[in-house]
Design a protein. Structure first.
Length: 202
């Protein structure tokens, strides 16, 4: 029946994909199809405003689309060792067309590995004990909240990336510098970039 969601498909993700830019929709739709082809036990969810895929109640992988690129990544760090990128969230860098994706066989292999880790009860490696979090300045918080894309990325950022941005803002000595940095920060965050993305090893 028209309009009925496919089995295992969350209509919120249908809406998410439909609302993305022309370049992103084929990427997200292809990833979604490949992920579901890996196992009937894979379910969908929306977390931090982004599509997530779960397996037996555990996070398996997630995808997202921003203004100029899409991103895709696995939740378990042992799967992440297959590749990596400092250019964007996830393990596969900035995805701007289908050719940027790994081939279907590699995606299937990575999904199988991720599911096997969950089946074996292996948990992702715990991150190093973080430093005490800094309070988010009100002006930075308001600027991020005003941009829905930046807000969803910010919510998924690890503590270290959040701290990098906060330190950069509070270190500004002049109000005009602080304002300029906040504007730049929101732009980078919306693109899925960390504060030091220009200097990270590629």
């Amino acid at each position: 029946m028209k309009g009925k969601a496919e089995s295992g498909h969350d209509p919120r993700i249908d809406a998410y994909i439909a609302a993305r830019a022309d370049f992103a929709r084929p990427i997200l739709a292809h990833l979604r199809a490949r992920i579901h082809a890996a196992s009937p036990d894979i379910s969908e969810a929306v977390k931090w405003g982004m599509p997530f895929f779960t397996y037996r109640g555990q996070n398996l992988c997630n995808m997202a689309a921003f203004k100029g690129h899409a991103a895709f990544g696995f939740w378990h760090d042992k799967v992440g060792e297959q590749g990596g990128s400092s250019e964007a969230m996830g393990q596969f860098g900035r995805l701007t067309n289908l050719a940027d994706l790994p081939d279907d066989a590699m995606i299937a292999d990575l999904l199988a590995k991720a599911m096997a880790l969950i089946d074996a009860g292996e948990k992702p490696r715990a991150a190093a004990q973080p430093r005490a979090p800094l309070p988010v300045p009100d002006d930075l918080r308001a600027a991020i909240a005003a941009d829905p894309v930046a807000a969803s990325v910010w919510a998924a950022f690890p503590p270290g990336k959040i701290r990098d941005y906060i330190e950069w803002i509070i270190e500004a000595k002049e109000p005009v510098t602080r304002t300029r940095r906040i504007v730049q920060a929101v732009e980078w965050i919306a693109a899925g970039k960390g504060r030091n993305w220009k200097y990270e090893k590629k």
